[in-house]
Ligand binder design. Sequence first.
Ligand SMILES: Nc1ncnc2c1ncn2[C@@H]1O[C@H](COP(=O)(O)OP(=O)(O)OP(=O)(O)O)[C@@H](O)[C@H]1O
Ligand SMILES: [Mg+2]
Length: 137
Amino acid sequence: MIKEIYKVEREDFINAGKVSSKIKTILKELQVPGALLRKIAVACYEAEINMVIHSYGGIITLHISEDGLVHLLFEDTGPGIKDLNAALTPGFSTASDKAREMGFGAGMGLPNIRRVSEFFDVKSSSEGTTLDLRWQL
Ligand SMILES: Nc1ncnc2c1ncn2[C@@H]1O[C@H](COP(=O)(O)OP(=O)(O)OP(=O)(O)O)[C@@H](O)[C@H]1O
Ligand SMILES: [Mg+2]
């Protein structure tokens, strides 16, 4: 059983993506097959970046159970996703100019996260957003 908790700071472009790298390393050490590893890594990276560029910051929890369930939970504080249907539509983005300068804002993150996740659940309010992603090894 593995449980790791990581903090993600808003607009911290220096460290953006580092949690995803760490999680990818852990999964590699567990010899997760390449195709599955890439799916989890893509989802994790996109969700981490979304916390950095769209939220006020939050935490990422990695949970891997004995029976091989990989559970990634992304919990952030506001401002939340106003229109979930729109946010899940390819090409929709409210990314700031700063985020766009860094190369983000194609509006492809959430659609891709949903596509590569075996289980996908997103809950959002003005208090914040929780993204629950799972895969079975
Ligand atoms: N954690 C979050 N908190 C608040 N809003 C979010 C969050 N994640 C996504 N959103 C909203 O959903 C929209 C779509 O997210 P998505 O990841 O698909 O695109 P993007 O981040 O704007 O661009 P890309 O991911 O392609 O760089 C965002 O533009 C933002 O409005
Ligand atoms: Mg995104």
